[in-house]
Every structure is written in C-alpha cells, then in structure tokens.
Design a protein around this ligand. Structure first.
Ligand code: FAD
Length: 517
C-alpha cells in the first residue's frame, strides 16, 4: 500500500510557518516518493505530540511523524534518511523522557506505539515476545491475566514502552534481585542505523545485543524483545517503615539487598521525606491508606530536617496461610532498626501493586500537575558517597522537598552485565537517587528555571566533591560531557556507533553524535 501522506495543518498561533523547517520540509517530501510504507506519514512542520515530552522543558519540530506498521517500515525510513545529508530519525516510545531524548528536531519521528502491539507468551519457556512500542502495563495485563506469568524486573511506572526503558535500563525495587529490565531479555529484533533488520542475542549478533541494551537509542531501534517471565503471585504485602538516621536506613536497605538470592523481600526501595506536616513532601506522604496516621510524636526531637522511609514488599499466594506469610515477613523485619511505631502496611493484589503509580497519575492529572513541566534528575551514586550526598543535598538543598518523591535505594553492580552500554559508578553497591519533581505550574510552584538551576547545583556538588556518580537517563549537550560520562567505555561506545549507525541518524535528541560526525 502506498504511504498515506497527510499534511498537518495547525489552527493555533503556531501555524505561522517556520522558514527553516518549511525549506527542509520541501527537501524531505520528495524522499518519500516511491517509498511504500504500510504505515502513515504526517508532515508536521509546525509540531505535534512528538515535539514535546513528559519533561515539558524541551520542544522541537520534527519534519514528519511516521506511524510505522512493522520493522520493515522502520528500516525504510532509516534508509530514506540515509539518502539525505542531514536527516535524523528518532524512535519515540511513549515520550516520557524529560530532556528531549526522543525528539528529532527537523528530522523524522517514528511513533513506535503505532506498530501493532504484539505480546505473545510462550508458557513452556516462560518468555514473551513483545513489540518495542508495547507499553509495560499492557505486557503485565496480558501475561498475568491470560497466563499467570509476569516479567521479573519492572519500572515503578508502567506507562513506558519496552523499547524506551530497554534503551536506558529500567530500574525498580526488583533490580537488586534480577538486574534492570535490560538484563531480563534474551533476544531482540533491531533495525540498525544502517537500515538492517537483525535478530540478536547473547549468542547471535551479540555485539549489537549488548550495544542496544542501555544504548540510549544510538545503535538501533528495538522492534521486538523476548522478555523473561516467572509465575506471578496473587498478593503482595507492602510495608513502609521510617528511620530518623540515614546511616541506619542505608544499613538496613543494604542488608536486605545483599541477602542470599531468593531469601529476602521481593522488592526493596526507599525515599526521603521532609520532617514536617507538609501534605506533599512531609509526614502525610508515608501512610499507605486513609485509615493510617503518621504520629510525629514518635520522631525524636534530635531528628534532622528530613527522614527516611524504607519500602519493601513480599509476594505470596492465596493458598499460603496468613501466619506463614507473617513469619516470612517478620524474619526480615525483626532485624531492622526502624522507629517501631512508624510502620505502615497494606495487602494488595499483585497487579494493583505494580500499577500503583497509575493511580498517582490519575490524581496528578486531575490536579493539573501531570501536564506541568517535570525537570527530573536521576543519578546513580556510589555507596561510598551516599552519606555525603545525604548531608549536602537531602539535608541541605532539598530539605523542603521537590514536590514529589525523592527516591533513594541501593542496587548491585554485579546484577548488571558490563558488556551492555549503561555507564555505572564503580563499586558493588550504588544508590538510585530520583528527584521526581511534581510542582504546580508557575507561579503556584517553583519556576522551571529554578528547578533546573537546583538540579545543576546538585550535579555540581557531586562533581566538586569528587563523588563516584553517573547520571541515569543522562542528558548532556557537549561531546566532552558525554566522553566524561562514559569514561573508559567511551571508545567502545564510539566504535559501536561507527558499526551500527555510522551516519549518526538515530536518536539525535540524546545529543551525543551529530549527523555525519
Ligand atoms: P521515550 O521517552 O519515548 O524514548 C527514550 C529514548 O529511547 C529516546 O532516545 C528514544 O529515541 C529511544 N527509544 C524509544 N523507543 C525505542 C525503541 N523501540 N528502540 C530504540 N530506542 C528507542 N525509569 C526507570 O528506570 N524506572 C522507573 O521507575 C521509572 N519511572 C518513571 C516514571 C515516570 C512517570 C516517567 C515519566 C519516567 C519514568 N522512568 C523510569 C524513566 C523512563 O524509563 C524513561 O524516560 C524511558 O525512556 C521512557 O520510556 P518511553 O517509552 O517514554 O521512551
């Protein structure tokens, strides 16, 4: 079928043509002549959803948004771009990046969700073949409801695409057991920057496999992933406990994540909150349902401006007697040093647990804070520097909170295969720090500029104090910064680019390699 080409006309103020993009749109139109796509093309000179993202800080204008039907369409678009000296191609998953990483300024945006979502489960091998543009929440529902199986490793929020999280890592409270999501796939179908459609795994086209996982979209577009599954439990016991001392919080969190495999909780995370009655950032952010109350009289007067919450979860099945579940829970809880009176717990269905952020999304949408800008900052900070990070950042710069969760929990480097492209701090234990800013639109909340400046200040503190840290979901604009980010992996990263996307067509929004570098 000949591509359906539709000229997108905006009726708002942005309909004034941009002379630069109009010129290039003229250049690109003939390139589509004779290209038989099964999907559709929308020439979006004045912008579209592909021109913004969840961050709401960066905006750009793709020349066209392509809705591919299959991998062959993706390959055709890449080959088409290679015939022009300047065109780039960005796979856009669900656009939940915060710094324009999925954008293609005056390039071609591929809407990966348009590819028919395929989720094929093979119960015999406990694996699922899923399309790169499938949302993790759809993968969850299909696997659990139809097969009683589920992926092993998750992100906290599941409105993200499989290709989008695999291109970064995909971390959550299960990562200490199974590694990130990128460690839980056994095979990929990838369209490289050379326009080749290749299947890869640890044993087949292995260099491509390792490159693409955590590869920030630089080497290929993931059109299918084979995801490892395990039996899904019926229920989850979900517990939060409070600490006043960071050293005790980290001691207990590290104790839980370093227990023998299979002999700990099924999920371990943590967060920092403000030692005040602030409804968003303070004590009320800890209780898990409306019947629970955070009684601040249990906080010693000597406590600092912030407190810490360890969050754990244990899976169980309905056939297991409640006393047996309690025994399993108390075996671990009994060894922790939290403030005893500040323990909160609920029992929820497994899917409800994994879809917990969806409920927060619904509330945030109703309050107007979901669509406001989100200058988020995500870091991996080595265990050796996390106490200083707490002192200089949480207890100081962020002592009033960020208007949303400030996650901090330990991960284990040995669960990450270093042949993959992700850059990590040295040392076995490092912490994910996620500053998930949810602010009311300015002037009710902080201005975007103030939030961005605060993020820069935090990164500068880490740098100036020589912390061993890496940005997660990194965002840099200079080649020098990227070199520094990858450190001794930079040469390998460059070599991989030269092999799989030598013209630097892919993922221009990451700003790592200019076209024809
Ligand atoms: P996009 O933003 O669309 O794309 C991200 C990058 O990947 C771009 O460079 C893009 O070109 C590339 N890309 C997209 N699809 C493909 C593909 N098929 N093949 C190759 N490259 C591709 N992350 C975690 O690890 N853990 C969390 O718990 C977590 N929670 C989050 C909660 C929220 C509310 C949000 C907004 C983000 C969260 N993230 C989390 C971050 C998230 O994993 C990344 O931003 C991810 O990239 C978003 O996926 P996406 O599908 O929206 O990707």
């Amino acid at each position: 079928m000949i591509a359906y080409i539709e000229r997108f006309v905006h009726e708002d103020v942005e309909s004034v043509p941009d002379p630069e993009s109009a010129e290039q749109e003229g250049d690109v139109l003939p390139l589509f002549n004779g290209v038989n796509l099964n999907g559709t093309v929308e020439f979006a000179g004045c912008g579209s959803a592909a021109g913004s993202d969840f961050g709401g800080v960066q905006f750009s204008k793709p020349l066209a948004v392509i809705r591919p039907s299959n991998s062959e369409d993706v390959a055709k678009v890449i080959r088409l771009a290679s015939r022009s000296p300047h065109l780039t191609v960005a796979a856009r998953g669900n656009g939940h990046s915060v710094n324009g990483q999925a954008m293609a300024h005056r390039g071609l945006a591929l809407d990966m969700k348009a590819i028919e979502s395929k989720i094929e489960v093979d119960p015999a091998t406990a694996q699922a073949d899923v399309s790169g543009g499938a949302l993790w929440e759809d993968v969850l529902k299909r696997c659990v409801l139809d097969y009683g199986l589920a992926p092993r490793s998750w992100t906290d929020y599941l409105g993200l695409t499989v290709g989008g999280t695999l291109s970064n890592a995909g971390v959550s409270g299960q990562t200490f057991i199974y590694g990130p999501q990128s460690e839980n796939v056994t095979e990929l179908e990838v369209v490289t920057g050379n326009g080749d459609v290749l299947v890869c795994s640890r044993n087949q086209n292995s260099e491509l496999f390792f490159s693409v996982l955590g590869g920030l979209g630089q080497f290929g577009i993931i059109t299918r992933a084979r995801v490892l599954l395990q039996p899904s439990p019926d229920m989850v016991k979900w517990i939060r406990v409070v600490y006043t001392e960071f050293s005790e919080f980290t001691r207990d969190a590290e104790f839980l994540v370093t227990l023998e495999e299979g002999d700990s909780f099924d999920y371990v995370e943590g967060f920092v909150f403000v030692n005040s009655d602030d409804p968003v950032n303070g004590w009320p952010s800890v209780p898990m349902d409306s019947n629970q109350f955070f009684d601040p009289t249990h906080i010693p007067r000597t406590a600092g401006p912030v407190l810490y919450c360890l969050e754990v979860a244990l899976h169980y099945n309905n056939v297991e007697p409640p006393s047996a579940v309690d025994t399993r829970v108390e075996r671990f809880m009994g060894r922790l040093r939290y403030v005893e009176e500040l323990r909160f717990e609920v029992e929820v269905g497994y899917m409800e647990f994994l879809l917990r952020v969806k409920r927060a999304e619904e509330e945030a949408k109703a309050n107007g804070i979901w669509d406001a800008p989100h200058p988020w900052l995500n870091l991996f900070v080595s265990k050796t520097d996390i106490a200083n990070f707490d002192r200089l950042v949480f207890k100081n710069i962020l002592k009033h909170g960020v208007g949303g969760p400030m996650l901090v929990y330990p991960l284990l480097r040995s669960k990450w295969d270093n042949r993959k492209s992700v850059a990590l701090p040295e040392g076995e234990i490092f912490y994910l720090v996620a500053l998930l800013r949810f602010c009311l639109p300015y002037p009710k909340g902080l201005s975007v500029q103030e939030m961005v400046v605060q993020n820069q200040q935090i990164v500068q503190i880490c740098t100036k104090n020589g912390f061993d840290f890496k940005l997660y979901l990194p965002h840099y604009t200079s080649n020098e910064s990227w070199k520094h980010h990858f450190g001794n992996q930079w040469t390998r990263f460059q070599d991989r680019k030269a092999s799989f996307d030598p013209m630097a067509i892919l993922a221009p929004g990451q700003k790592i390699f200019p076209r024809n570098w």
